[in-house]
Design a protein around this ligand. Sequence first.
Ligand code: EPZ
Length: 417
Amino acid sequence: MEKLMISGGRPLQGTVTISGAKNSAIALIPAAILAESEVILDNLPLLSDVAVYSEILEELGANVSWEGNQMRIDPTHIISLPMPNGPVKKLRASYYMMGAMLGRFKEAVIGLPGGCNFEPRPIDQHIKGFEALGATVTNEHGAIHLHAKELKGAKIYLDVVSVGATINIMLAATRAKGSTIIENAAKEPEIIDVATLLNSMGASIKGAGTETIRIEGKSELRGCRHSIIPDRIQAGTYMIAAAATRGNVLIDNVIPKHLEALTAKLIEMGVGIEELDESIRVIGKQNYGSIDVKALVYPGFATDLQSPMTSLLTQADGVSVLSDFVYSNRFKHVPELARMGAKIRVEGRSAIIEGHPLNAAKVKATDLRAGAALVIAGLTVSEGITEVTGVEFIDRGYDHLVTNLRELGADVWRQND
Ligand code: EPZ
């Protein structure tokens, strides 16, 4: 296994170009099997989750070729195969195969997802949607079995605002007979990105990005070409790292609107921000004020930036409170930050963070965003070397991380653990 070695205390300076959104890519790839001809995806991030998904589609007989940041998926000869085990178990978002295969084949057998383990990740709302569309869904020995004689459009109210359930139901509903309405839908930009791909394939989806999405089912969809939106979470992570190291970094290839909540909080604590059309410059300051942050569903502050933000708030003067109202227990990074001298208390859904300098330590990433938080923390420490194990988690969400940080002047390298 590898670990990241960080000799911090150097302000990040320069430009970093953001890649395509991971949480779009791992929904767009399964969505491609709903088409009867080739789908081309541009601006694909080079991530292990993306590689796993191409493995899954090849297992079903799709012809997948991946050149640089472009993936070509020809699903013409794809067949319906049960996938109780194998690559599907490697990532949580393998659940999108349920909606895609139900849409294409009216059946699917998918092993329960793996992926990040910061807290149990239920899929009851996904199943509620599939059953509303006419599928029977059973859980047999850890694999979800779905089957529908035919899929009929339905009105579905999500009890919980869920990105995954919204996308998964959209996938199946595009091939159902009649119209589907998803109410209380999630509004994340990645949902709009998937709807844009499906509409380019000939689907008829309206309202993606609002709480009500209307889908007219189609009997056939065709291939198309689609460029993936920039990864707002990767962008936000670099923004936070620039602020934490008191650097001056231009984050290029972003959609500033997708980062509004983070930008507002950074400005509130005293970070310098310059917004351009497709980039954001972050100018660090010596002193930051403490603030309160609430992680909410989009367009609120992203829960995926909650742990990186915790590391930045250790650099503020005074006590900040960061609460997560999406996940109740996404604080596994806190004990690791404490090993670096952070003074953080977790009470229920909130972390109370007292501004305090950090010191180098050996720490462990428990999920990809917690890993990013530990890297950011290590970048602020000028004495000693911080060692971060669990790099495989970080590689799931951040391509070219070491290269990008080194180009920004950080002294970071990988080493066999
Ligand atoms: C997506 O996960 C992202 N993953 C997560 O990013 C992100 O944290 C999350 O959305 C919230 O923004 C991908 O897109 C692959 P949810 P997802 O369904 O879809 C509850 C990362 O770091 N819920 O929106 O699984 C759930 O427990 C990852 O890139 C149900 O109760 O999240 C949570 O409390 C981590 N029943 C809340 O809803 C369900 O059926 C939001 O979850 C589904 C979800």
